[in-house]
Design a protein around this ligand. Structure first.
Ligand code: NAD
Length: 691
C-alpha cells in the first residue's frame, strides 16, 4: 500500500503530501506520517519551511469516524499540531476541496492558510454530536472573535473560501495553481512562526457574546454538543490557551462516546451504506441532460427548481394555462427572493431561469431524457398521463412518477415500456427537502433505477431505494404512527397532549399539528376510497372523519384538531374538539383513562418500530438503517435520536419483544405485531460481529 504521507522538495521548501484516498481522512496512519514528516523537517537544516497539501480532490475533509467508537490511536491530532507549532519553521496549509473538522484544525495549527477558490472550510463537529477536539474552539476565536466563533462552531457552518478570506480564516485565495502559490507563501514567511496560539482573542462586547450564545443554544436545541461548543469557545477569552486546549479535549472525549454522537455517527454510516446497491452495481446509467416535469403545482414547481439548481435543462408541462402561469410565477418569485436575500447572484439566477422552458404542448417532452410526473394523485389521471408519455417520449427516456401512494406497477402498465418506469417520490417543498424515495416497480430496469438514484444525487438529494407498496417506506410508517396517536386520543389523551409529548421528544411538529397543516381531507378521501377493502374487524377511529364532516379540514379552514386564529397561524386547543372526541369515545363504548407522557412517547415510537420491521420483512425497505434515513430526512424525526432502528437496537431484542407485545395488546384488532429481528442487524460502519 502507498504511504499516506510523503515529503517532496521544492528547493528549500518541503511539500508534505497527504495521500489517503478518497477524502484524505485524518486516520491514525495519516497522523503518524504527519508527525514523522514534521520531525524530519524540523531536523533538516536545508529546509526553511513546509507546505501541507492534499493529493487528489481535497485537503483532509474530516476525521476517520470509524475510529470514534474505540479508544483513539496515538499519535492523536493535538500532538501533531503541537509538533507543527514547535518545529521552528513556518508551515503553510494549502487547502482545496474541503478542509473540515480535524482537517481545518490542522490548518489552524499552521502558520498560514492559502485556499484554492471553491474550497470549503469549517468546524462542523457539532453535526456529529461532538466538538472540535484539537484546538478549533481555541484557535478560531483568535481570528474571528468569540461571537463569530460561537456562531460558526455551534452551528457547524461550512464556510466558502471567499467568506473565509473576508474573515481572515485563510490568508489568500488563489484561482490557478495552489501548490506553487503555497510554496511561495511559505518562502515569504522565512524562518518566522506566526502561530495563532500566540495571538490574543479580539475583545468582544459581553452583550454580543451572550446574544450569540443564546441564539446558538436555541438553534441547536440545547443539545450537549452545542452547549459544549459555546462553553469551549467562551473559555478562549478567559483562560490561557493551554488550559483551554485541555478543557476542550476533555469535553471532546466525553462527547465522542455520548448517545447523541453515537446516534449521529449511525446516521452518517447509514447514509454511506444506503448508496451501495449490490444488485444495481453493474448497471449502466442513462445520460440525463434534459428533465421534463409534468404538472406545475406544489410539487412540480419544487422539482423544477431542484432540477434547475442541479444544472439541468428543464421542460415544464401543464394541462392548464392558469396553473402554468401560477407555477412559472412561483419559480420566478423563488429565484427573486434568493437574489433579494443575497443567497444567489443575479446572473446565476438568470442562468437558471434561462434553462427553463414552460408550456402546455406535450411535444416539448419529445427529447427529454427523464420525465417526472407530478399531476393530481389519481390513478386514472396518472395512467392517462403515462399513456400520452408513451406516445411522445423518446425511446430510452426514464419515466418517473412522484405519486405518494399509488401503485407504480399500475401506472407503468399504462405504457408499452414498463422497464423505463420508476417512482421518484420527492417531499414537499421538493427543492428543499433532501429525501427522495426511488421506487422499484416489478418491471423497472436496473439502469433506470440506477439513473434515478444518480440524478437524485445530482440534485443534492438523499435517494433511498424502496419497493413498491402503499405509501412506500415513509408514508406507510407515518400512517402507522398517526394511527397509533389516534388510538391514544380515542383512549383518553387529547391532541394537544400527544403533540406536546412528541414535540418535546424532538419532532418539529406533533402528528395532529401536521395533519392540520397538510389538510385532513386528503386522508379522508383516501379512507373513503379504501372503505370497501377495509377489514371490518379492525379497530377504526372515527374522530378524523367526524372532524371532516363538520368542515374542520385543518389550517386552511381555520380549524381542525386545533382552532387557528390570525389567518391560520397560532394553534389553540379547542373545546369543540374535546366534545367531539368525548362523544366519539362514548359512542364506541370506551371509558377514557388518563395517559402519561411516557406511554404516549413509547407507543408512538413503537408503532414506527413495528411498521419498520414489517417493511423489512416484506422486502419493501432493503436495509434497516434506510428507515432511519427516511424518517430523519423526510419526517422530522430528531436526528440526534438516530431514528427508530437505532433506538430499537439500543433497547435490545428482549425489551423490544416485550414492548411490541404491550403495543399489540393496546392497539386491538387489526394490528399486525412484527417480529423485530430484521431491525437488529449490524450497525453500518461497524464490523459485522462474528458468530
Ligand atoms: P397540485 O394539485 O399542487 O398540482 C398538480 C398539478 O398538476 C396542477 O397544477 C394541475 O393543473 C396539473 N395537472 C393535472 N392533470 C394534468 C395533466 N393531465 N397534465 C398536466 N398537468 C396536469 O398537486 P401536488 O401537491 O403538487 O401533488 C402532485 C403529485 O405529487 C401527487 O401525486 C401527490 O401525491 C405527489 N406528492 C405531493 C406531496 C405534497 O406534499 N403536496 C408530496 C409528495 C408527493
Amino acid at each position: 500500500m502507498a504511504e499516506a504521507i510523503r515529503i517532496e522538495r521544492d528547493g528549500d521548501i518541503a511539500v508534505i503530501v497527504i495521500d489517503n484516498p478518497p477524502i484524505n481522512a485524518g486516520s491514525a496512519e495519516v497522523r503518524r506520517g504527519l508527525l514523522a514528516a514534521i520531525e524530519t523537517i524540523g531536523g533538516d537544516a536545508s529546509i526553511r519551511g513546509a507546505v501541507l497539501i492534499g493529493a487528489g480532490k481535497t485537503f483532509i475533509a474530516g476525521s476517520d469516524l470509524r475510529e470514534f467508537d474505540r479508544p483513539l490511536q496515538e499519535p492523536q491530532l493535538p500532538a501533531v499540531i503541537a509538533a507543527i507549532e514547535t518545529c521552528g519553521k513556518p508551515v503553510v496549509a494549502a487547502l482545496h476541496g474541503a478542509a473540515l473538522g480535524g482537517g481545518f484544525e490542522l490548518a489552524l495549527g499552521c502558520d498560514g492558510r492559502i485556499a484554492l477558490a471553491g474550497t470549503v472550510v469549517g468546524l462542523p463537529e457539532v453535526t456529529l454530536g461532538i466538538i472540535p477536539g484539537a484546538g478549533g474552539t481555541q484557535r478560531l476565536p483568535r481570528i474571528v472573535g468569540i461571537p463569530a466563533a460561537i456562531r460558526m462552531i455551534a452551528s457547524g457552518e461550512r464556510v466558502p473560501a471567499a467568506k473565509a478570506l473576508a474573515l481572515d480564516m485563510v490568508d489568500a485565495v488563489v484561482d490557478g495553481d495552489l501548490r506553487p502559490a503555497a510554496v511561495a507563501f511559505a518562502r515569504r514567511l522565512g524562518h518566522g512562526k506566526t502561530r495563532l496560539r500566540d495571538c490574543g482573542v479580539p475583545v468582544a462586547d459581553d452583550g454580543e457574546i451572550a446574544a450569540a450564545s443564546r441564539d446558538a443554544l436555541k438553534a441547536g436545541r440545547n443539545r450537549p454538543a452545542v452547549r459544549a461548543a459555546v462553553e469551549a469557545v467562551g473559555t478562549a477569552a478567559r483562560l490561557p490557551i493551554d488550559e483551554g486546549l485541555v478543557r476542550e479535549r476533555a469535553a471532546f472525549q466525553d462527547l465522542r462516546l455520548s448517545r447523541d454522537a453515537r446516534a449521529l455517527r449511525h446516521l452518517f454510516f447509514a447514509e454511506r451504506e444506503s448508496a451501495r446497491h449490490p444488485d444495481l452495481a453493474g448497471a449502466m446509467r442513462r445520460t440525463i441532460e434534459r428533465i421534463g416535469v409534468i404538472g406545475a403545482g406544489t410539487m412540480g414547481t419544487g422539482i423544477a427548481i431542484a432540477a434547475l439548481d442541479g444544472g439541468f435543462q428543464v421542460v415544464l408541462v401543464e394541462a392548464d394555462d392558469a396553473a402554468l402561469e401560477r407555477g412559472a410565477r412561483r419559480i420566478a418569485d423563488h429565484y427573486a427572493s434568493r437574489v433579494a436575500t443575497g443567497r444567489l447572484g443575479e446572473a446565476d439566477a438568470a442562468g437558471r431561469r434561462f434553462r427553463l422552458t414552460a408550456g402546455t404542448d406535450w411535444a416539448m417532452l419529445a427529447d427529454v431524457d427523464l420525465v417526472i410526473e407530478a399531476v393530481f394523485e389519481d390513478l386514472a389521471v396518472k395512467q392517462e398521463v403515462f399513456r400520452r408519455l408513451d406516445a411522445v417520449a423518446r425511446p430510452g427516456a426514464v419515466l418517473a412518477t412522484n405519486t405518494s401512494y399509488l401503485d407504480v406497477d399500475a401506472i407503468a402498465a399504462a405504457t408499452m415500456r414498463p422497464q423505463d418506469v420508476i417512482g421518484l417520490h420527492f417531499f414537499s417543498p421538493a427543492n428543499a427537502m433532501r429525501l427522495v424515495e426511488v421506487v422499484r416497480a416489478a418491471a423497472s430496469a436496473a439502469d433506470a433505477l440506477a439513473t434515478g438514484l444518480a440524478v437524485s444525487k445530482r440534485l443534492g438529494k438523499l435517494p433511498i431505494l424502496t419497493g413498491n407498496a402503499f405509501g412506500f417506506i415513509g408514508n406507510r410508517i407515518y400512517a402507522a404512527y398517526r394511527r397509533q396517536c389516534e388510538f391514544m386520543i380515542e383512549e383518553g389523551a387529547y391532541p394537544e397532549q400527544v403533540d406536546a409529548v412528541l414535540e418535546s421528544f424532538g419532532f418539529a411538529m406533533g402528528p395532529f399539528a401536521v395533519a392540520d397543516l397538510s389538510g385532513l381531507d386528503i386522508a379522508w378521501r383516501m379512507r373513503q376510497a379504501r372503505a370497501a377493502t377495509r377489514d371490518p374487524q379492525a379497530r377504526y377511529v372515527t374522530i378524523p372523519d367526524r372532524l371532516c364532516e363538520v368542515g374542520r379540514l385543518g389550517r386552511k379552514t381555520g380549524a381542525g384538531y386545533y382552532r387557528y386564529a390570525d389567518g391560520g397561524k397560532g394553534r389553540q386547543p379547542d373545546p369543540v374538539v374535546r366534545d367531539l372526541i368525548d362523544r366519539a369515545r362514548a359512542e364506541t363504548g370506551i371509558s377514557p383513562r388518563s395517559m402519561d407522557d411516557d406511554e404516549i412517547r413509547r407507543r408512538a415510537l413503537l408503532a414506527i418500530t413495528n411498521e419498520a420491521a414489517l417493511l423489512l420483512a416484506e422486502g419493501i425497505a432493503l436495509r434497516a438503517a434506510d428507515v432511519d434515513l427516511v424518517l430523519v430526512n423526510g419526517y422530522g424525526f430528531p436526528r440526534w435520536e438516530g431514528g427508530p432502528v437505532f433506538l430499537a437496537r439500543e433497547s435490545g431484542q428482549l425489551a423490544l419483544e416485550r414492548d411490541l407485545d404491550w403495543l399489540a395488546g393496546l392497539s386491538g384488532p387489526g394490528f399486525t405485531r412484527a417480529d423485530p429481528t430484521p431491525l437488529l442487524g449490524h450497525t453500518p460502519g461497524r464490523p459485522v460481529p462474528s458468530a
